[in-house]
Write a new protein. Structure first.
Length: 368
C-alpha cells in the first residue's frame, strides 16, 4: 500500500497544460482534500442508502456495477474557491487556499444515476417535504481537518431529476476511479460546487434538512461583506445558504498576466481561455474579449469538441488587432450561457473567497 502523505493533497495543474485538451486527463485533474486519502477495498466497500426511504439499501460495488443502468456525463467540476487568488489580489484578503484559475476539471464520468438508486430505495417523504429535502452524502473513511468525517448535501429535487445527471461515478475518463479522485465510488453533481461531489462515498441519506457536516454549515458559503473575520462571520453561518450552483465564469489562459507577446503578421494577438456555464444553464453560448478596458468587445471563437454539452466547459480563442510598439494593456473576457447569465466585471467579496466570477483578466500585457 502506498505511504499516505502527512497532509491533505491540494493541488492544481499548470493551466496551459490543463486547457490543452477538452477532456482533462486524470493526472491533470485538480486535487482538493480536507483529510488524507483513504485506500478502500472495492471488494468489501458498501454504500448505505437510508433516511426517509422505504427500503434501506447496502450496495456493494458489484451492485452498483451490475444492478443499475449506467449513465455517462461530461461535466466540469470545480472547487468553489477556483479563482480565489483573483479575489484576494484584486479585491482584498480572503481565507483559504490560494487557488488560481486551474481548480477545475472537465472529465467524462460513468455510473448509475442517483435517481435510479433512490427510486429503488423508495422516498417516503410527503410531496411538500420533498420540496425542501436534501440528499446527504458522506465519507466516514478518513477524518478531516475540521470534522471527524466529510459530508455534503444537494436538494432532493435535483437528485431525483434524471436530466440533472447526478451519478454515482465508478469510472472517470473510461477508467476506474483513481484513489485521488474517489475510488471506488464518488458522487458527481454537474453544475454544482465540487465540494458537494463527495469522494470515497459510503452513505447516502434522504433527509428533511441539509447535511450538518462542518463543510456544509461552516464553509463554502458567500457570506455578507461585513463578515470580515471568524468572529464577525459567526452570526451568519446558519442563515446564509450553502453554495450549490456555481456562477457563469471565464478565464484567460494566454497571454498570462505581465507577459510580453508579439503580434502576428496581420498585427493581431491570440487570446485563449475557458468558460463555464452557470449551474444547469449551459452551455456557454458566447465569450467576448476586450483589449480596451471593456469599452468594446469582440466575440471569441468557441472551439467545438466531441462530447461537449450543457455541463461541460467551453474552450475558446480570439484573434484581435491591437497596437504594438511596446504598448501595455489589460485584456478582459466575459462569458454568457444559454440562459443569458453574463459575468460581471467583479463579483462580491466574501471572507471565504468562493464563487469569484469577475471578468477573466490578463493585466499588464506588453504588445510588441
Amino acid at each position: 500500500m502506498p505511504e499516505l502523505p502527512e497532509e491533505p493533497v491540494n493541488r492544481e495543474p499548470d493551466i496551459a497544460r490543463l486547457t490543452s485538451t477538452f477532456l482533462t486527463p486524470t493526472h491533470d485533474a485538480y486535487d482538493r482534500n480536507h483529510g488524507l486519502q483513504p485506500h478502500l477495498d472495492a471488494a468489501t466497500h458498501q454504500v448505505r442508502v437510508d433516511g426517509a426511504v422505504a427500503h434501506i439499501l447496502n450496495l456493494s460495488m458489484a451492485n452498483l456495477a451490475n444492478d443499475f443502468e449506467h449513465h455517462e456525463v461530461v461535466c466540469a467540476l470545480q472547487c468553489a474557491g477556483n479563482r480565489r487568488h483573483t479575489m484576494r489580489t484584486k479585491l482584498k484578503e480572503v481565507q483559504g487556499i490560494d487557488w488560481t484559475d486551474a481548480a477545475v476539471m472537465n472529465c467524462k464520468w460513468r455510473g448509475p444515476r442517483l435517481s435510479d438508486v433512490l427510486e429503488r430505495a423508495g422516498i417516503i417523504l410527503a410531496e411538500e417535504e420533498q420540496e425542501t429535502a436534501h440528499v446527504a452524502f458522506a465519507c466516514h473513511a478518513t477524518p478531516c481537518q475540521e470534522d471527524t468525517w466529510y459530508g455534503a448535501s444537494t436538494p432532493l429535487a435535483r437528485c431525483l431529476a434524471p436530466a440533472a445527471d447526478v451519478i454515482l461515478a465508478l469510472h472517470m475518463n473510461d477508467e476506474p476511479l483513481t484513489v485521488g479522485h474517489g475510488f471506488p465510488v464518488r458522487v458527481v453533481t454537474p453544475g454544482i460546487a465540487g465540494a458537494r461531489a463527495v469522494k470515497w462515498l459510503d452513505r447516502i441519506t434522504v433527509q428533511t434538512r441539509e447535511s450538518d457536516n462542518f463543510y456544509m454549515q461552516h464553509d463554502y458559503k458567500v457570506l455578507p461583506e461585513d463578515a470580515v473575520d471568524a468572529e464577525s462571520a459567526g452570526k451568519y453561518w446558519h442563515t446564509v445558504p450553502a453554495v450549490q450552483e456555481m456562477p457563469v465564469n471565464s478565464t484567460i489562459v494566454s497571454p498570462a498576466e505581465g507577459a510580453t507577446i508579439e503580434r502576428d503578421a496581420e498585427g493581431c494577438v491570440t487570446v485563449e481561455g475557458y468558460a463555464l456555464p452557470s449551474g444547469d444553464n449551459g452551455p456557454v453560448v458566447q465569450v467576448e474579449v476586450s483589449v480596451d478596458g471593456g469599452e468594446t468587445w469582440t466575440n471569441a471563437e468557441l472551439l467545438r469538441h466531441d462530447g461537449e454539452g450543457k455541463w461541460s466547459w467551453m474552450l475558446w480563442e480570439a484573434h484581435l488587432p491591437i497596437p504594438g510598439g511596446g504598448a501595455r494593456c489589460t485584456i478582459y473576457s466575459r462569458a454568457t450561457d444559454r440562459a443569458g447569465n453574463t459575468q460581471p466585471k467583479q463579483s462580491q467579496w466574501n471572507l471565504r473567497g468562493v464563487c469569484y466570477n469577475g471578468y477573466g483578466e490578463a493585466a499588464d500585457v506588453t504588445i510588441m
